[in-house]
Design a binder for this molecule. Structure first.
Ligand code: TRP
Length: 348
């Protein structure tokens, strides 16, 4: 069996550092690892419309932003097929057939969807498109026979749903679809990077994100005003590092080399944490170091992004080509699905 990656993002905003360590960085490593036969990266505009259907301009504008973020981070269109979900109509057709294999009760149990419904305050006016997006996500994954789906932790229920549909389909109609596996980052701090304000999640509406496209000044301002340990009032106070976003970010981003370069009095993060925990290390010093680390990490991404922004038509051209390629692959799977379901009346 082939090793195939498929993953994607909803284009509802520019990507931030949570996306980067949670999934993007890993995708680039996988793309370059040579261990995969194929890698597909999808801009999930149709899924984004399930809760932004009244705001198509926003989705449209962010298709370009997300594509720029991908390429800036090192997604290479020579190695990965980058495409737009709405331009692969086969995915919608697959979704319709998969709908038969999922109950309403099952969809309502999906913890991520449940949390989103609550957060968005849909109440009784919950659009069907939104509730059923995990089924469409199953179509995205299975259309490419993906074996491996690198995503953030919040996407695990979607993968569980996809596996259930695959098993149900194969059981009813014969072995056709491939069961996918999620791939999460090993570094626990990368799983869910908190916001700069200490809230559990980075979210545009909370204004607590550092974006991949932020300027050096914006990054500095955001890092220097980050939430830390509220009980660490004086430098001499013992501090908490495990629930402190500045240290969680350092867990996710810093390396021993960063210490050698910017803060050689500590050999590594463990030493710095121990100092903070016993007292005597001030937040300002931690933030200055974190700022140096973040600047070093984000500067090359921002520089590449600025270059790419100069030729937006080239971005659309790449997406068009990728979408055509994706359409051909999804079409093959759709033909197999129709054959298995005995609706291939006119096939040769
Ligand atoms: N649900 C994902 C998100 O919110 C986007 C997505 C759509 C996706 N289809 C996918 C991710 C298929 C992985 C695989 O970002």
């Amino acid at each position: 069996m082939k090793n195939i990656i498929l993953t994607g993002d909803r284009p509802t905003g520019k990507l931030h550092i949570g996306h980067y360590v949670g999934s993007l960085k890993g995708r680039v490593e996988l793309q370059n690892s040579g261990k995969f036969d194929k890698s597909y990266i999808m801009i999930a505009d149709a899924q984004a419309l399930t809760d932004n259907f009244a705001n198509p301009e926003k989705v449209r504008a962010n298709v370009t932003e997300v594509a720029l973020d991908y390429l800036a981070c090192g997604i290479d269109p020579q190695k990965s097929t980058v495409f737009v979900q709405s331009h692969v109509a086969e995915l919608t057709e697959l979704t319709f057939y998969y709908m038969n294999l999922v109950t309403l009760a099952r969809l309502e149990r999906n913890p991520t969807v449940k949390a989103e419904i609550k957060q968005k305050g849909f109440g009784a006016s919950l659009p069907m498109g939104f509730l059923t997006y995990p089924v469409s996500q199953t179509a995205d994954i299975t259309a490419f026979k993906a074996t491996c789906v690198p995503v953030g932790e919040d996407q695990l229920p979607m993968l569980e749903q996809a596996r259930e549909i695959v098993r149900s389909f194969n059981g009813l109609y014969g072995e056709t679809l491939v069961e996918p596996k999620a791939l999460l980052p090993e570094n626990k701090s990368c799983l869910r990077l908190p916001g700069t304000d200490g809230m559990a999640k980075m979210s545009k509406s909370l204004g607590n994100c550092i974006y991949l496209s932020d300027s050096a000044d914006e990054i500095k301002r955001k890092v220097m005003s980050m939430y830390t340990d509220p009980n660490h009032l004086k430098v001499t106070d013992p501090g908490n590092t495990s629930e402190n976003p500045t240290f969680i970010y350092l867990d996710a981003f810093s390396s021993d080399e960063h210490f050698q370069k910017y803060l050689p009095e500590y050999a590594n993060l463990a030493e710095m944490k121990a100092h903070y925990e016993r007292g005597g290390l001030g937040d300002m010093k931690v933030k200055k170091f974190l700022n140096a680390v973040m600047q070093e990490t984000l500067e090359p991404i921002r520089a590449r992004r600025e270059e790419l922004e100069k030729d937006i038509p080239a971005i659309w051209e790449m997406l068009k080509k990728g979408s055509e390629e994706a359409k051909a692959v999804a079409g093959e799977t759709l033909a197999e699905v129709k054959k298995a379901m005995k609706i291939d009346y006119f096939a040769e």
